[in-house]
Ligand binder design. Structure first.
Ligand SMILES: [Fe+2]
Length: 526
């Protein structure tokens, strides 16, 4: 078999170059990259310093291809400073003029800064399932706003939906992102499509090998969840695969089995198989979350707590996944107790904003099949007045930002025809694959319950593509003694392959225009 897309084994030329924050974003970053073959003396140069890279490699469990990655931890930096760096190796084809870029460290204390966010990015290479040209414009959009860093909310490239070519899909993803991620950290979280067959205990090997993320100090679960501090904001990045009921990781629908190449030693994966990882940490992630939130809220230098996770507690997408009771049961009580201000999701390929929510309305859901009442723990809005300014010390705002670049736009939202209210689907149990009427073909059902989405404040029906821009203002003068975050959602009208409301056919577009802006406020902690 001839493998395509990879150069000779001795090629150590850096590619897929990306930054993440180190343990302290004011003083450290990690430079990570890959190369087509093993690199010799892979290294970063910054000023007069040469920092050797740690090599990490794996062989893909389906197609057997070896992936070579490198990670240089750069510490001892000054806060709020700009640095130039180069990435090279002895067998770098560009060694005479190696890749170079600049980055900026985080401020060392309470200071204003900007970050951006979306999830569900995919790649611009439409050869791959769920990839789409908007993915390149989305990266350009990040650069156009010049944020300090970007939050990438899971479902990075859909390798699992292209199982026999996973390393090539990740390569296209990494090279597309490099035009931004080499210049500012892109901080990811795990989504359901990071779960890949035969790639580690939870299927995360492709992700974990490519990213070096802040240490969560939980043995055996490094990289799966983490936190970091920027100024007066604590960012908490979670893996909701651990708590959601929905079965949405790697799946073989059939009728054919998925057969790994012989060299992997892995047996065929039979039709109807899914890789369901709910509960994998045995409660370790939730215990870590409680400790992290408690310490953050007790710290007088922390005003804001922002959570990033892929799957949703508050999504009313009609054709997407909707909401999941698992997050509501395990994590929303902690968000209430420790006053999490903002939750950023992906997963449904649209834009939706909730009112601030606290507590839950009991027994207001209905089973889709029987109509029987079911307790979906519907998040309770503390206001339903869309005033444009919300005090998040009273309730948590959830934003669905699955609007990155995948070709499956989902800007189609639920409506309860009986009462005209917005309606959300809710998973209250696992939807494992079941046989269909076609022999050896399996399917996973949609969510099993619905509720009136009283928490839903704003939905973008004009496009499934956009980027959220967050301006953190820690000085309390502007809002009567309160600190603030101004949020602006920009959207790419016309980018939908097909708009679900109008049927209009569109194409990728570089034009991102303002959809809405609103402000979050809360009292300063100290
Ligand atoms: Fe997803």
């Amino acid at each position: 078999m001839v493998r395509k897309g990879r150069a000779a084994a001795g090629d150590g030329t850096p590619e897929e170059i990306h930054l993440t924050w180190g343990e302290n974003p004011a003083t450290s970053v990690v430079v990570s990259w890959a190369s087509p073959g093993p690199a010799t003396r892979a290294r970063v140069r910054i000023g007069q310093r040469i920092i050797p890279a740690e090599a990490r490699q794996y062989a893909d469990g389906i197609n057997g291809e070896t992936v070579w990655t490198y990670h240089a931890r750069v510490g001892g930096l000054r806060p709020g400073a700009t640095y130039a760096y180069t990435v090279t190796a002895d067998n770098d084809a560009n060694a005479a003029d190696p890749f170079s870029a600049t980055f900026r460290t985080a401020p060392g204390s309470r200071a204003a800064f900007r970050f951006t966010s979306f999830g569900d990015l995919a790649t611009p290479n439409t050869e791959w399932v769920l990839s789409y040209g908007q993915s390149a414009y989305a990266v350009d959009a990040v650069e156009s706003f010049q944020p300090l860093f970007h939050l990438l909310n899971g479902d990075l490239c859909y390798g699992d939906l292209n199982p026999t070519t996973q390393p090539a899909v990740w390569r296209d993803f990494g090279n597309n992102n490099q035009t931004s991620a080499a210049y500012r950290p892109w901080m990811p979280c795990l989504g359901n499509h990071e779960v890949e067959f035969d790639n580690g205990a939870q299927g995360f090997t492709s992700y974990l090998t490519r990213y070096t993320l802040p240490d969560n100090q939980v043995p055996g679960f490094g990289g799966r969840w983490y936190s970091f501090r920027i100024g007066s904001v604590l960012f908490v990045c979670l893996d909701a695969d651990d708590v959601v009921y929905q079965d949405a990781g790697a799946f073989v629908a059939g009728p054919a089995a998925l057969t790994p190449v012989a060299g992997t030693g892995n047996p065929p994966i039979q039709p109807g198989s899914s890789f369901y990882v709910r509960g994998y940490s045995g409660g370790a992630q939730t215990a870590w979350l409680q400790g992290t939130l408690a310490a953050g809220r007790a710290d007088p230098s922390v005003d804001w707590i922002i959570v990033q996770m892929h799957q949703c507690a508050c999504s009313s997408s009609a054709t997407g996944n909707g909401s999941d009771l698992g997050i509501r049961q395990q994590w929303l009580p902690l968000f209430d107790r420790y006053e999490v201000d903002l939750v950023l999701n992906g997963h449904d390929h649209d834009y939706e904003r909730s009112f601030p929510v606290r507590g839950a309305d009991a027994d207001v859901g209905h089973e889709t099949a029987s109509g029987a009442v079911v307790n979906t723990l519907r998040p309770h809005p503390v206001t339903t007045t869309d005033s444009g300014m919300f005090d998040t010390s009273r309730g948590t705002v959830h934003l669905i930002l699955g609007c990155g670049g995948t070709d499956a736009n989902l800007d189609d939202y639920g409506l309860d025809n009986a009462d005209g209210q917005r309606q959300a689907k809710v998973f209250t149990r696992a939807n494992h694959p079941r046989p269909t009427s076609t022999p050896d073909v399996y399917a996973r059902a949609a969510a099993d319950a619905v509720e009136d989405a009283t928490w839903s404040a704003k939905r973008d029906t004009s496009t499934g593509y956009g980027i959220a821009v967050f301006d953190v203002n820690p000085s309390p003068e502007d809002f009567a003694g309160q600190t603030s975050i101004t949020v602006t959602q920009y959207h790419a009208v016309g980018a939908d392959p097909v708009n679900p409301a109008t049927g209009a056919k569109g194409a990728p577009t570089p034009d991102y225009t303002e959809f809405e802006t609103f402000t979050l406020v809360r009292p300063r902690s100290s």
